[in-house]
Design a binder for this molecule. Sequence first.
Ligand code: ADP
Ligand code: MG
Length: 273
Amino acid sequence: AAEPAVRPAERRVDIAPLHARGGDVTIHGVSKSYGYLKVLDNVTLSIPAGSVTTILGQSGSGKSTLLRSINHLERVDEGFIAIDGELIGYRQDGETLYELKEKDILKRRVEVGMVFQSFNLFPHLTVLENVIEAPITVRRIPKEQAEAEARDLLARVGLADKAQAYPRQLSGGQQQRVAIARALALKPKVLLFDEPTSALDPELVNEVLDVIKELARSGTTLIIVTHEIGFAREVSDLVVFMEQGRILETGTPEKVFNRPEHPRTAEFLAKVL
Ligand code: ADP
Ligand code: MG
């Protein structure tokens, strides 16, 4: 494939959109170190809009750092990430940094939502207040409209009757579904999940996976770090296997799970399956 190119001070990356609605993610030559530890090592990945990508790999392989980089929570040392051919903030090219204007960065930020292992709901706000907070403060939409949208989202994740509850009154699975509704409230083009079911009791895992499966049909680009192999097999368009900051293997679930090319992928799968 042709290498995407960015011209200095321009935010467009020279790649064709793959999907009319938007949400293509291009990760190009991304590296990051913490001190001497190289956590991401020249990661390049193209994710088509509306697709579902699952990222597998042992603890410490760089999965969370990669997601946080897509969501601007982390700054990479080299390379760039673009959504629909537009840089999400900057491109580091050797010693040269090309950076967007602050207001453009803020605009791009809303396009990527993230759901964490630990839910991260505001404990002092009700479920409804958790969901409307960002739309009101970030998207500046009127409270009534935000509430109406939030109620629709809560219905979509099966929590229409919990709008007035506080997070502590909910199960872990319910809290995580609120976190998903909250992320959707900003209408992201791309939604990232970092081990969304790892903190849940086993009997609550499926209610969250079912919501994600439903989202998978909605056209939002989903990138999911998970150890739930059955789920990954069912829902993924693309499976990515990472080790020591590198992508060792990518492919359809059929290929990666049934005919892994890399012996390390096979070893990993033998351990988790
Ligand atoms: P994964 O999500 O695959 O378990 P991470 O991306 O969390 O991997 O971490 C990759 C490596 O980077 C690990 O060795 C981890 O200890 C290290 N690491 C992550 N965050 C930091 C940080 N803020 N400071 C120093 N090291 C970090
Ligand atoms: Mg992690």
